[in-house]
Design a protein around this ligand. Structure first.
Ligand SMILES: NC(=O)C1=CN([C@@H]2O[C@H](COP(=O)(O)OP(=O)(O)OC[C@H]3O[C@@H](n4cnc5c(N)ncnc54)[C@H](OP(=O)(O)O)[C@@H]3O)[C@@H](O)[C@H]2O)C=CC1
Ligand SMILES: N[C@@H](CC=O)C(=O)O
Ligand code: NA
Length: 818
């Protein structure tokens, strides 16, 4: 025996009813003995309540609404049945509407809508839908029988939420089934008293009917057919990555539903659970999907938690005072006062200091709660034993739920850590000793961010997202996007990671798209959908969007963008950048950014500031963290100058080599920055700061490489012209070096807290002699690497290596976020 129940959406239209019929036919074909419970057509119950209220208020327009409901049912008959088969069904349905109309006329005459009458009015919804579907099944040759549950389910007269007399009900159901061999189509939600007065079963009423029937008949399974793919790990409207929970225990389902998961209402399934009957939650519109199994105990689970739920809007009441410490009975009085005024408490938390108790309630009750408590504790407030009753609004509760967290460690650690890393402040928290649920209270603004971030860490094998906002889509930014595009599949399949490009901008256009910009079409999307760039607006919007795991990637050489870094870090958004400006300005600013990132628990990463993708900054940070002391750094830090001196030779014009370096993507957007030594000076300044030497830009001694006419060129093109005109100068530098059997090298040195940058010649014994292409080389002499320095060497400029260094910084944030 199997009991099936179809909800309001499943029986809401002609097409959906046809789908229901096909599900039933499939089951019948397998010879299943069944009972089927139907809800009212979607929306009809609420409409009937509205009509009843209008009638009782004397609003004659209720008749029009009633006509619309009638027409909807008639249209359903026309859609389901051939014209020649329609008349009996029309007659039955018309009969029901006549009865309902009489009833409503009565209500409107006496201007009174009692709970008893409302129950009767509501009962028409299920009676109508079930009548029509029964007839439709009959006309398809299926032996069915309309079964009015009012004749089987016996309740008391608590109208609106009647209590079932199981002894009589079970007996009546069994007797009925013993007599009938046809397929019973049962009206959900409705029942009756011993006197035959119609009652209803309250929220989840049709599920309750299914559960009552299932339990009475000892069914093997109860199938709850809805319009979603079973119960989900979180509300899919808030968490796009949510997925169906294959199997859930009754207790877990209870916890989730308490926090707003609405697919089933577990209390209504209690009779079935008491008899250990399996429940399946299935989707009428996706019959191939296996849905969710709800059963007595949780079996082996893949994840530490089963689901995440939330209450979107709560108010937090905090009552505190030194007079509460060690005084018995305060909480008893507190909660009695609330209960006397029917204020329901959702979550309670009291620290063991007993100095304060806080609890959350429906915000609509907040003002009343304040009054009630002020009155209840009038005496304590007067003498200062209780100093304040504060109420905070615009809050939400998130609950993580799962039997798997029982006795397993690290679940709460993971929860609070992901909230912390995303800068989400936890205002209150509660965990019952059943260890089935951990709840946190947080600002409503953070709800969506928190739900998504929590979902990401707990359901690891689903894809987590990092939200990237990329400013600058030139050489480096553009190459980074290309690399992201090429790695999409690998990251998804191997790392379960989605790099969601949520924002892009250049100097002309900006585009913010929280759902992601397609990295294969970003140029077109930016062009077609982008709006005029405003960096302040871009940054402001990123902060407002408040997406979890957000990373701001600055791929410009803009001098002013650095001013936004502080605001971004302060809003718990990590910053990754190849742009050296922030770290090579005033030392105080550099320090402030470092501290801000540390304070906020986010990352400020800039490995590519020095040596592009070569691990230079990370190497220093590792050595510093482990207590090494730097004695000397000697380095070639300009890919451009390295390339120039590795390439420039007899028969080659200097200016052409510089143009080549630019074309190969080694130079700064303005190559004067490279050839003037500025770029190298910035880099050694950054390295000095990383090893703990707080230098300022003016402390770097730069020995000028260029003749004055080049150094002072007012534009990039003028600069190239001056380089061309100065070819002899550069040739002489070269031939002088060659005459001594040496090569030209532009070397930065940091020693004894002094930094210099100069053009030198080095011979074959020098470790910097053999370099090629855009090679950088950095030699660290430290207390641990004293006899032989630690050397990092390799290509130190170029689009691919720089973009991949930025990529690696982004990836390290993804591992940090877990
Ligand atoms: N090339 C290399 O090997 C290395 C480069 N770097 C650094 O990488 C950074 C980027 O260099 P690169 O890609 O060559 O530079 P590009 O000039 O090619 O690109 C810069 C991009 O930034 C955009 N941009 C500039 N200012 C703003 C602003 N205020 N708002 C919005 N967008 C802006 C530009 O827009 P638009 O297109 O409209 O002009 C362009 O898209 C530089 O800081 C450089 O020092 C670091 C290590 C190595
Ligand atoms: N222009 C720079 C690029 C890396 O920072 C260089 O030439 O090294
Ligand atoms: Na680097």
């Amino acid at each position: 025996m199997k009991v099936l129940k179809f909800g309001g959406t499943s029986v809401g239209t002609v097409d959906t009813i046809k789908q229901v019929i096909s599900i039933l036919e499939n089951n019948l074909a397998q010879g299943e003995r069944m009972a089927v419970i139907f809800s009212a057509m979607g929306g009809v119950t609420n409409r009937l309540i509205e009509i009843g209220r209008m009638a009782s208020a004397g609003q004659a327009e209720y008749l029009e609404l009633l006509k619309a409901v009638e027409e909807r049912h008639f249209a359903t008959i026309r859609g389901l049945l051939n014209v020649k088969n329609q008349s009996t069904t029309f007659a039955a349905v018309k009969g029901l509407f006549n009865e309902l109309e009489d009833l409503l006329r009565g209500v409107s005459l006496i201007r009174e809508l009692t709970p008893r009458t409302l129950d009767l009015i509501m009962s028409f919804g299920e009676r109508l839908s079930t009548t029509i579907i029964t007839e439709a099944l009959k006309h398809r040759g299926i032996a069915t029988e309309y079964c009015d549950a009012r004749s089987l389910i016996r309740t008391n007269d608590h109208f609106g939420l009647a209590e079932v007399d199981f002894e009589i009900t079970n007996r009546q159901i069994l007797e009925y089934f013993a007599k009938t061999s046809a397929l019973p189509c049962v009206t959900g939600f409705v029942a009756s008293t011993a006197d035959g007065i119609t009652t209803t079963l309250g929220r989840g009423g049709s599920d309750y009917t299914a559960s009552i029937f299932g339990a009475a008949l000892d069914a093997e399974v109860i199938e709850i057919w809805t319009d979603v793919d079973g119960m989900m790990t979180a509300d899919p409207r808030k968490v796009p990555n949510a997925f169906t929970i294959p199997s859930i225990s009754y207790a877990e389902a209870m916890e989730l539903s308490h926090f707003g998961a609405k697919v089933i209402y577990p209390p209504s399934l209690q009779p079935a659970f008491a008899k250990n009957i399996l429940i399946k939650v299935l989707n009428t519109f996706n019959t191939a999907f296996e849905g969710t199994l709800v059963h007595r105990s949780a079996n082996g689970k893949e994840y530490a938690i089963t689901g995440i739920s939330s209450i979107d809007d709560v108010a937090l009441v905090n009552i505190q005072g030194s007079g509460m410490i060690g005084v018995a009975g305060i909480s008893a009085r507190l909660f009695t006062a609330l209960s006397d005024h029917r204020i329901s408490v959702i979550l309670i938390s009291q620290a063991s200091s007993e100095h304060s108790i806080c609890f959350t309630i429906d915000p609509r009750n907040a003002d009343r709660a304040r009054e009630v408590l002020q009155k209840a504790f009038e005496a304590e407030i007067a003498v200062g034993d209780i100093d304040s009753i504060s109420i905070e609004k615009n809050l939400s509760i998130i609950a993580i739920v799962g039997e798997g967290m029982k006795k397993s460690t690290g679940v709460s650690g993971k929860l609070f850590s992901v909230l912390g890393k995303n800068g989400i402040n936890v205002i209150a928290t509660a965990q019952g000793s059943s260890e089935l649920n951990i709840s946190v209270v947080l600002s409503k603004n953070d709800l969506s961010k928190a739900l998504n971030a929590i979902h990401g860490v707990f359901f690891q094998s689903e894809t987590r997202s990092l939200n990237l906002f990329i400013v600058g889509v030139g050489l480096i930014g553009g190459t980074l996007l290309e690399q992201i595009r090429n790695q999409t599949t690998y990251l998804r399949d191997e790392k379960f990671l989605k790099l969601n490009v949520a924002g892009l901008t250049n100097t002309k256009k900006m585009l913010l798209e929280p759902d992601g910009i397609d990295p294969t079409r970003w140029r077109d999307e930016l062009d077609e959908l982008g709006v005029k760039t405003s960096l302040p607006a871009f940054v402001q919007r990123i902060i407002e969007l408040n997406l979890p795991n957000s990373v701001f990637v600055d791929c410009t050489s803009d001098k002013d963008i650095v001013y936004y870094y502080g605001d971004l870090l302060d809003a718990n958004i990590s910053v990754v950048t190849p742009n050296k400006v922030a770290n090579s300005g005033r030392y105080a600013e550099y320090l402030q950014l470092q501290r801000m990132a540390l304070h906020r628990g986010v990352k400020f990463l800039y490995e590519t500031n020095v040596g592009a993708g070569l691990p230079i900054i990370n190497t220093i940070q590792g050595l510093m963290a482990s207590g090494d002391k730097f004695l000397k750094i000697e380095a070639i830090l300009s890919g451009t100058l390295s390339y120039i001196f590795n390439t420039f030779g007899p028969g080659v014009r200097f200016v052409d080599v510089v143009r080549e370096a630019k074309a190969k993507g080694y130079t700064e957007p303005d190559p004067r920055d490279d050839l003037s030594g500025t770029d190298v000076a910035r880099k050694i300044l950054i390295l000095a700061r990383e090893v703990g030497v707080p230098l300022e830009p003016e402390d770097i001694a730069i020995a000028q490489l260029l003749p004055d006419n080049c150094q002072q060129a007012p534009s990039i093109e003028a600069f190239f012209a001056e380089l061309e005109a100065s070819n002899d100068y550069f040739e002489k530098l070269l031939t002088d070096a060659q005459a001594q059997g040496e090569v030209l090298r532009y070397i930065a040195t940091l020693e004894n807290d002094r930094a210099t940058v100069e053009l030198r010649t080095v011979g074959p014994q020098h470790p910097f002699y053999t370099l090629s292409g855009s090679d950088n080389i950095v030699s660290f002499t430290t207390e641990r690497y004293k006899d032989r320095p630690l050397v990092v060497k390799g290509p130190g400029a170029g689009a691919e290596v720089t973009a991949s260094g930025v990529f690696a910084d982004i990836m390290s944030i993804s591992s940090y976020l877990g």
